[in-house]
Design a protein around this ligand. Sequence first.
Ligand SMILES: Nc1ncnc2c1ncn2[C@@H]1O[C@H](COP(=O)(O)OP(=O)(O)O)[C@@H](O)[C@H]1O
Ligand SMILES: [Mg+2]
Length: 214
Amino acid sequence: MNIIEIRNLEKTYVDGDNKNKVIDNLSLNIEEKKFVAITGKSGSGKSTLLNIISGLDTADKGLVMVNGKNIHKPNDAELSSFRANDLGFVFQDFNLIPVLSVYDNIVLPIKISKGNIDRIYIDEVMSMLGIYEKKDVLPGKLSGGQRQRVAIARALANKPSIIMADEPTGNLDKNTGDIVLNLLVEGIRKYNQTLVMVTHDMDIAAKADQILRL
Ligand SMILES: Nc1ncnc2c1ncn2[C@@H]1O[C@H](COP(=O)(O)OP(=O)(O)O)[C@@H](O)[C@H]1O
Ligand SMILES: [Mg+2]
């Protein structure tokens, strides 16, 4: 079954007289419970595509179906519920809340959606990512790699059916990157997740079930 279906997608950014067509008539399918890697040079629209699929940005034209839902109106109640319950997003620039501790950042999406916090699971994720000892610390006291791991833990926290990760290993050393990759891939089997990952790393892309080149 296709968990994500994209038809004839178009996105243009307009800046004064400059028109930048970032996505041009893109169609693709992503099957559920697969690991899909998105590659392409810098500026090729990888982050834009991930944001549109996640309802964080809107396309100009085309159809985006996720989990059988049409993702087109960002304020749609259905879309909010999809984002809260079905989607985990790892931002390229982390998007952590500076005044909240590591732990509070990780559980924030669950609190907002009034879900149940699986404390044992979250402790396990923090431990595997090597940030358990940092759980009461503010993000400002962390290294870039540690912040990235907090962003990953936050995306995993509510065991969503789809994980969208924008270069999640970009700030990590090889060893930590492998841990993160294994953790994300393990979720496919353990939690029936679909993993969509933007990456520059061809060794990582080679492990995917499908590679999309933009
Ligand atoms: N909010 C925005 N406003 C204007 N231009 C943007 C915006 N976001 C991205 N772009 C432009 O769109 C292109 C694709 O960006 P992006 O999706 O971030 O690429 P990638 O993630 O592949 O590096 C780039 O040229 C970028 O400058
Ligand atoms: Mg990007």
